[in-house]
Design a binder for this molecule. Structure first.
Ligand code: FAD
Ligand code: NAD
Length: 367
């Protein structure tokens, strides 16, 4: 099953090899791909079972084996971006020589489409929950010690919980712990923590139950999915983010990444649609960022404001968008990201087309 029949001819299945020293076992995967990075490698080790999924475009290469000996839980992943060589280093629990790597488990050494591979879940522990607004909280989940998983910018994961005997699965977009860059690395400096901002709907199928989880309880979290590519941000000069409600969540990492990594970027503007002032997520943080970062501007638009609101009002419309997404130079390289309720996003994409932005210049986050 290592070669899929409908695989484009140039996509050759990766292969693997392994070697050992007295204390380490190194698994080497030759992906024969350029542009591989550590986000493409997802590793899980639990109860003696080792699973590594290497994501290559629409395909996954899988290693899945019951290891012949026990290992320690801190697994290291190295990716040589130029050659596509992936090294997964396992620390032996006992310094003995291994005769073989392990017993193959389901789909070991296979190269199949994501759809065929399916979503893999691991149990994560709830570490903290902090109020963001009256109905939205920031949850911190800790990956198990044997897991290596990084969620790419603009991608989402699925959370799965059993509610009264039925499994419920919903997608969520991991965010940063905070927009304050000086705090960014400090509290939890490694990749073991995933932050998720979730709005609780009292009549919802999933969120009221998720919100009942106590600190220390576990929830299943999937591998990431999504179509956004970091490369869409390269060479960018102006970035426009159009968000409604929790549609703000993908914008958080995009905003942070663009301001920190894109050298030619002149401007990042966020237009943030909400019902009321009390619904605005991270309002203080956004205003503070706009104060200290001259390239960043934020505009709040309310659909149900009180009479004291002096800012912009209404829902997404041609006049609001055309005023907001103006290029500062005629040939500026721009990207417009849009996310919110499905009808909001669909309408926004239509209006941006009417405003003559090309398909490549608009990224809509849809289900
Ligand atoms: P649901 O049962 O889906 O109900 C939601 C609300 O709609 C409730 O008030 C319910 O009463 C009402 N409702 C349900 N059905 C109907 C109907 N037929 N007619 C009228 N009203 C109805 N959410 C976040 O909070 N944070 C995120 O980071 C996030 N990321 C996402 C990423 C993606 C790719 C997608 C597609 C969605 C994302 N969402 C996010 C939304 C999330 O997946 C859930 O849809 C949301 O949490 C609601 O789930 P629920 O089961 O609690 O509510
Ligand atoms: P909300 O109901 O509080 O509405 C926020 C704003 O969205 C409103 O003030 C209004 O301006 C606008 N809006 C709402 N319905 C609209 C409609 N029918 N047409 C035009 N504009 C409309 O929003 P919420 O409860 O926070 O919901 C956020 C939505 O974003 C959810 O549906 C969620 O699934 C979606 N979401 C999607 C992704 C993704 O990646 N696809 C990520 C996060 C959230």
């Amino acid at each position: 099953k290592s070669q899929v029949p409908d695989l484009p001819a140039k996509e050759i299945s990766p292969s693997y090899d392994w070697f050992q020293t007295e204390s380490l076992v190194t698994i080497v995967i030759y992906t024969k791909q350029k542009d591989m990075d550590s986000e493409s490698v997802i590793v899980d080790y639990q109860d003696g079972c080792f699973r590594a999924e290497i994501v290559i475009k629409d395909y996954s290469y899988l290693l899945h084996t019951e290891l012949s000996h026990e290992i320690q839980e801190d697994i290291t992943v190295h990716v040589a971006e130029k050659t596509g060589k992936v090294e997964i280093v396992l620390k032996k629990k006992d310094n003995v020589s291994w005769k073989y790597l392990g017993h193959p488990l389901e789909n070991h050494n296979s190269f199949t489409t994501h759809r065929e591979t399916g979503l893999y879940y691991r149990k994560c522990q709830l570490i903290s929950k902090v109020d963001v607004t009256h109905d939205t909280k920031l949850y911190c989940l800790m990956l198990p010690p044997g897991t290596h998983l990084q969620v790419p910018i603009g991608h989402h994961v699925y959370l799965k919980q059993t509610v009264t005997g039925t499994e419920i699965v919903k997608p969520y977009t991991p965010v940063l712990e905070t927009l304050h860059s000086n705090l960014k690395e400090s509290l939890h400096p490694n990749n073991k923590y995933i932050y998720i901002m979730i709005k609780i709907y009292h009549t919802g199928l999933f969120t009221p139950y998720f919100n009942c989880l106590q600190i220390g309880d576990c929830v299943s979290l999937s591998n990431p999915e999504g179509t956004f590519k970091k490369s869409q941000l390269q060479e960018l000069e102006e970035l426009f983010l159009v968000a409604a409600g929790t549609g703000f969540t993908p914008m958080i990492k995009i905003l942070n990444y663009a301001l920190t990594n894109i050298t030619n970027l002149r401007k990042v503007k966020l237009m943030f649609f909400n019902k009321t002032e009390g619904d605005i997520l991270w309002r203080n943080q956004l205003e503070q960022l706009a104060d200290k970062e001259r390239r960043f501007e934020v505009e709040f638009v309310l659909s149900e404001p009180t009479c004291e609101w002096t800012g912009k009002q209404g829902r997404i419309s041609l006049p609001l968008l055309s005023e907001f997404v103006k290029r500062s130079l005629e040939d500026s390289r721009v990207l417009i990201c849009i996310c919110g309720p499905a009808l909001f996003t669909e309408q926004g994409i239509r209006l941006l087309k009417d405003l003559n932005f090309s398909q490549e210049e608009v990224h809509g986050f849809t289900a």
